[in-house]
Design a protein around this ligand. Structure first.
Ligand SMILES: *Cc1c(COP(=O)(O)O)cnc(C)c1O
Length: 393
């Protein structure tokens, strides 16, 4: 592992410290230098291999699941999953603690299907007890949608306790594991999960262009006729793919080729445990280094994911996010503005083709940027720390 080289991206590109699109390897980019016909046997075989390899990441009970790729970005897959597995007369409890939970709720509104939202604000975790209480009070709820890692704050939501409460109430669990799958273990059979989604350009480190729904075969069979949409009908895509080996409409051929290369690299790195371990080291080096500079994380260690970390902006009036962003970019690192409503923040992603040595350079770059701006201390305003106290429970 120590010898795996993580050179600066080619052509002097900056590292993308953003949770997808992210920095990909040279081999992944190189895999796209060829054209494939969508009807051709070679491409059909590529699609089949990809589906099988994804299923192999699921651990015990994987044989009950199948994988259905869907064109578009991750949100297309969330919409496809909700529209396909929630019957027209179903009702979903959406567990929201950030932008992606809110987006799922708004997707339900577009679908014209019933939903209730547990809104925990910017970053507080939905707990198993919350879910149990809501499901006990509302017997009309048929499905629960959980966000695995809520990428807008970086919080790793407690899916195990959510799954337990969902199962105990006899409801079905759907998971948006977009930014977690491939680095954080997710064993759907153990959780009793009906379906979950992820996409090509997150922890598997491919390029953007499609996502995939992984669902119980029994759920796929039962979902015929549910979908509101021709192109987002997961059951129809699944049936066609199994019958003909083809995607129903133009597949993102180059993206699939790149993704297969990325899956190969994921496997040779050591699969989910090794990918997760690298991201954890990335996060630890980043968080330790930034804390040494005086920065504080939004989340307590218990909730910090190895995917993306939110830092409060320093209280020092010499700090200005846009300037900080440009100074970091000038040093080769693209960071991400924060999404908190109460206090100013920014985010740094830990995923993509980079290791702890790169993260050390990120911390050095932040130190130089602060000194160039004349920021004496990176410590956040009191309001930020007050806000964080809410998490203590
Ligand atoms: C990235 C992401 C999505 C999908 O976003 P797109 O911009 O449509 O790719 C959905 N949910 C979560 C938690 C994500 O991190």
């Amino acid at each position: 592992m120590d010898n795996v080289p993580f050179p600066a991206p080619e052509l002097g590109e900056p590292y993308l410290l953003t949770p997808g699109p992210l920095t990909t390897s040279f081999e992944v980019k190189q895999a796209m230098l060829k054209d494939w016909g969508s009807w051709d046997d070679d491409f059909r075989a590529m699609t089949q291999v990809m589906r099988k390899k994804l299923i192999r990441l699921l651990g015990d009970g994987a044989e009950a699941y199948d994988c259905v790729p869907i064109q578009g970005s991750g949100s297309y897959c969330v919409e496809a999953m909700l529209g396909t597995f929630v019957p027209k007369d179903g009702k979903v409890l959406v567990l929201a603690n950030g932008a992606y939970g809110q987006r799922a709720a708004s997707t339900m509104d577009y679908l014209g299907r019933a939903r209730v939202v547990l809104d925990k604000g910017d970053y507080l975790p939905p707990r198993g007890a919350d879910v149990a209480r809501i499901l006990a009070d509302d017997p009309e709820i048929t499905h629960v949608l959980a966000i695995h890692c809520e990428t807008s704050s970086g919080i790793l939501n407690p899916v195990e306790e959510i799954a337990e409460a969902t199962k105990a109430a006899g409801c079905k669990l759907l998971i948006d594991s977009m930014s977690a799958f491939g680095a954080i273990p997710l064993e759907p059979a153990k959780l009793g999960c009906a379906a979950f989604v992820s996409s090509a350009n997150k922890c598997i480190e491919g390029v953007p262009g499609f996502g995939f729904v992984i669902a119980l075969t029994s759920e796929l069979e039962a979902a015929k006729g549910n979908s509101h949409s021709l192109s987002l009908d997961v059951e129809a895509q699944w049936t066609t793919m199994n019958k003909t080996g083809q995607w129903r409409f133009t597949p993102p051929t180059h993206v699939v080729a790149a993704f297969l290369e990325a899956l190969g690299q994921h496997e040779s790195e050591g699969g989910v445990p090794a990918r997760g371990a690298r991201y954890i080291r990335n996060r630890d080096v980043l968080v330790d280094g930034m804390r040494e500079l005086g920065f504080e994380t939004l989340l307590a260690d218990r909730w910090l994911s190895p995917i993306i970390v939110t830092f409060f902006c320093p209280a020092d009036p010499a700090f200005e996010f846009n300037r900080f962003y440009e100074l970091m970019k000038g040093r080769g690192f693209i960071i991400y503005p924060g999404k908190l409503t109460v206090v100013d923040s920014f985010r740094v992603g830990c995923i993509g083709r980079m290791d702890e040595h790169v993260m050390r350079r990120v911390v050095d770059a932040a130190k130089e940027a602060l000194s160039q701006m004349g920021v004496a201390s990176a410590s956040p305003p009191d309001a930020a720390l007050e806000e964080r106290k809410k998490l203590a429970t």
